[in-house]
Design a protein around this ligand. Structure first.
Ligand code: FAD
Ligand code: A2P
Length: 272
């Protein structure tokens, strides 16, 4: 019996910090989202990230940072992921199915949290690609609508299909039984593409600098007294957006020193 049990243990290793996949949605050949069970003890602030992964071929956990895309009141956890064809984790993770287990280290951290900003009247969520993940959480958090009169979600991708996860999420908020009423008409969604024609185009940096987004949405230009921002994208995007926000007079804050904007990497790029 002992030998048999060891065989079983070898063929189906029990993952440390295991959670069970409940749903998987593929959005494009490069993007998917999935939901997993939530550890009963896990508390997090909307916008934070955790380490998740699978057992590697060597039997050791292969973990990567992932923003929690679900709001803190949700009984499950949601993630929105890239599929890197030869990526150590995502080449495997993209094949998960409901019922499979993933590893989730229950230690949430991150800078894209309300506590890291001074009070204001408008908040700008600025994201490219999978950088929308932390905002998928924050857009569903009642605190966001408690704290701000207007919430502007700018999301930019190369192609229209890459906007779909965010578009459906924003659409669903209006009728959400829990927060639909709080969202009301406070949430302004400004999706753009840069390499495929769509109703709105251009990089976030360009649309802020030219003033196009303010004109399109009928808003006053950014003002450090009123406006707060959270930024999540590639290193190049984050770098360039910071410069734009600083030109408007906003300063980078942190958990320890709340100011007017905060930034998080959506991923660590090649060679960095
Ligand atoms: P890796 O070896 O980790 O990456 C290979 C290469 O793929 C990278 O060098 C980079 O060029 C590219 N790449 C990696 N991630 C992305 C991405 N998200 N978008 C575009 N290109 C990418 N990834 C998510 O998909 N969703 C998230 O919510 C998320 N949150 C993150 C939060 C933080 C704070 C950080 C630092 C990273 C986050 N990432 C997220 C990236 C994630 O940690 C992994 O890099 C990604 O899952 C790919 O893992 P991999 O092992 O397959 O390839
Ligand atoms: P563009 O197509 O003009 O490069 P990527 O897939 O390269 O990470 O880009 C995702 C989106 O972010 C694309 O729409 C891209 O626009 C845009 N982007 C990339 N780099 C920057 C940057 N430095 N500043 C603003 N937008 C950027």
């Amino acid at each position: 019996t002992e030998a048999l049990m060891m065989d079983v243990a070898r063929t189906k290793p029990h993952l440390p910090d295991a959670q069970t996949v409940t749903k998987v949605t593929h959005w494009t050949d490069r993007l998917f989202s999935f939901r997993v069970t939530r550890p009963a003890s896990l508390r997090f602030r909307s916008g934070e990230f955790v380490m998740i992964g699978l057992l590697g071929d060597n039997g050791k956990p292969l973990l990567r940072a992932y923003s929690i895309a679900s709001p803190s009141w949700d009984e499950e956890l949601e993630f929105y992921s890239i599929k890197v064809p030869d990526g150590p984790l995502t080449s495997k993770l993209q094949h998960i199915q409901p019922g499979d287990e993933i590893i989730l280290r229950p230690k949430p951290v991150g800078t894209l949290v309300h506590d890291a900003l001074l009070p204001g009247s408008r908040i700008w969520f600025l994201a490219t690609g999978t950088g929308i993940a932390p905002f998928a959480s924050l857009m569903r958090d009642p605190e966001t609508y408690d704290k701000y009169d207007q919430v502007i979600m700018m999301h930019t991708c190369r192609e229209v299909a890459e906007l779909e996860y965010g578009r459906q999420l924003v659409e669903s908020l209006k009728d959400d039984p829990l927060i639909g009423e709080m969202v009301g008409d406070k949430l302004l969604y400004y999706p753009t593409t840069t390499r495929e024609a769509s109703p709105r185009m251009g990089r976030i940096t360009e649309n802020l600098t030219s003033g196009k987004v303010f004109a399109d949405l009928g808003l006053a230009p950014m003002d450090p007294e009123e406006d707060r921002a959270m930024v999540c994208g590639s290193l190049a995007f984050n770098h360039d957006v910071k410069a734009v926000l600083e030109k408007f007079g906003l300063r980078e804050g942190a958990n320890s020193e709340p100011l007017e904007y905060v930034v998080e990497k959506a991923f660590v790029g090649d060679g960095i």
